[in-house]
Design a binder for this molecule. Structure first.
Ligand SMILES: Nc1ncnc2c1ncn2[C@@H]1O[C@H](COP(=O)(O)OP(=O)(O)O)[C@@H](O)[C@H]1O
Ligand SMILES: [Mg+2]
Length: 432
């Protein structure tokens, strides 16, 4: 695609699809995560050219790169190249540019993030953001107040595990943030021989990070990988009268948890998600379920360990088929008991497998996606999988993953653990 800047002196830029989506994205905080040579730095410079220069009153922009050599050799150089027709004056010793539009841009390295403090800017671009210290982000956005308006910031980077960039744009994603991703091979302007040569040098997780731009889990493992979630987001889900049973999952807000969440699915399609802050959400839940009761709703799984018990009974009184689930209880089979610390771990693992298999569709809720991306698992002393407790996640600064919990309940398999347990007990009696 070819884009022309409003004041670019007739210079036209040709951009790849991802570069184009990134440059056009109107969110105040936008991330371009890409492999080595995916065209990230080029796209970061193009975004300034096409969105900022000569479009409003002259403003100040801030460009940040992790170290001075990276700033000088990559970011500054690419910016000069992409902005060439508009550059009026280069103040090289200050790493400052004045443009013909009256706009001005200063370049700073993030070696010492404290030194990023300075005059207010209208926009900021952080190149190779994932290599910058986490405090780079709050300090940079704290500067975006030129002309008394909140400015915008964009990040271009290769991922580096699940660090602050992942936390900010995936786990804590909001209506203000957006992510665009491109693998190295998706840059049509890069020499394919370069891509093949990198491919032959890189392998395993390193290749997935550096070439495919995936956020690779650190030791404290992510239960569900971001790329699986991203794929599930891209697959649309619709209700199909012929596709069988519709089921619900309900996570009831307990002390310290803000939301009661209802999730509805049909097969692997996530059809609906509701979250209520109301302390007594019974009416809302019944309203939300009403339409589904005419469309094949068979049951709603409710976590009845705590406060959910009462809500479950009242839904039952209103005619809803409720399946009580106590996620703290034992897994469903002897084999599962060997592998999982409790039912919650077994069910969450089942959910992980569905995402991994690439069958889940309709993961459109940003907060749900963020909560799923923030789930961590570990092994207990007996080597069984356990999921991080909500309380521990909250202590890590993550919001209580109530939406993820509702989804897990919604996908809980149909088996009857209580019944299975009774059979097992009966067999033990018989066999002796
Ligand atoms: N839209 C484009 N038009 C022309 N060349 C491009 C474009 N995007 C990237 N390139 C070229 O591709 C190469 C890699 O781009 P770069 O932005 O440096 O990648 P990254 O920052 O992702 O490592 C560079 O040579 C750059 O000039
Ligand atoms: Mg670059």
């Amino acid at each position: 695609m070819i884009a022309e800047a409003p004041a670019s002196g007739g210079r036209r830029l040709r951009l790849s699809d991802t570069q184009c989506d990134f440059v056009d994205d109107p969110h105040p905080f936008v991330l371009f995560v890409g492999g080595v040579g995916a065209g990230k730095t080029y796209a970061g410079a193009a975004r300034a050219l096409l969105r900022r220069f000569g479009v409003a009153r002259p403003s100040l922009g801030l460009v940040v790169s992790p170290s001075y050599p990276m700033l000088r050799d990559a970011t500054w150089r690419t910016a000069l190249d992409v902005w060439a027709p508009l550059v009026e004056r280069v103040v090289g010793n200050e790493m400052r540019l004045v443009l013909k539009t009256g706009d001005e841009v200063i370049f700073r390295s993030a070696d010492d993030p404290e030194r990023l403090r300075g005059p207010n800017a209208a926009w900021a671009w952080i190149d190779e953001a994932a290599l910058c210290h986490p405090s780079t982000w709050p300090i940079t956005i704290g500067r975006l107040r030129q002309h008394g308006e909140l400015g915008e910031a964009w990040l271009t980077t290769t991922p580096k595990g699940m660090n602050w960039v992942y936390q900010t744009f995936v786990v804590d994603a909001t209506d203000q943030t957006a992510v665009h991703r491109a693998a190295t091979a998706q840059n049509p302007f890069v020499d394919q021989a370069f891509v093949s040569s990198l491919r032959s040098q890189y392998s395993g997780d390193f290749a997935r990070q550096e070439l495919e731009a995936e956020f690779i889990a650190d030791q404290a493992s992510a239960l569900i990988e971001w790329r699986w979630l991203d794929d599930a987001r891209a697959r649309p889900a619709t209700y199909d009268p012929k596709a069988g049973a519709v089921v619900g999952g309900l996570d009831v807000a307990g002390p310290g948890e803000a939301e009661t969440v209802l999730c509805v699915r049909q097969g692997d399609a996530i059809l609906e998600l509701h979250a209520w802050l109301d302390p007594d959400p019974r009416g809302h839940i019944l309203d939300a379920l009403r339409t589904w009761r005419h469309r094949g709703l068979t049951r709603v799984a409710v976590d009845t360990a705590g406060i959910g018990h009462y809500l479950a009974r009242s839904l039952q009184d209103a005619g809803v088929t409720v399946r009580d689930v106590n996620v703290g209880s034992a897994p469903t089979s002897d084999e599962a008991r060997e592998r999982f610390a409790n039912l919650k771990a077994e069910y969450y693992w089942g959910l992980r497998e569905r995402f991994k298999d690439g069958t889940v569709k309709g993961l459109t809720d940003r907060l749900l996606l963020g909560q799923l991306a923030g789930l961590k698992y570990d092994h207990d002393l007996r080597g069984r999988v356990k999921i991080e407790r909500k309380e521990d996640a909250v202590r890590r600064g993550i919001k209580s993953p109530d939406r993820a919990e509702a989804l897990m309940l919604c996908f809980a398999p149909d088996g009857q653990p209580e019944l299975a347990e009774m059979y097992r007990a009966a067999r033990r009696l018989v066999v002796g």
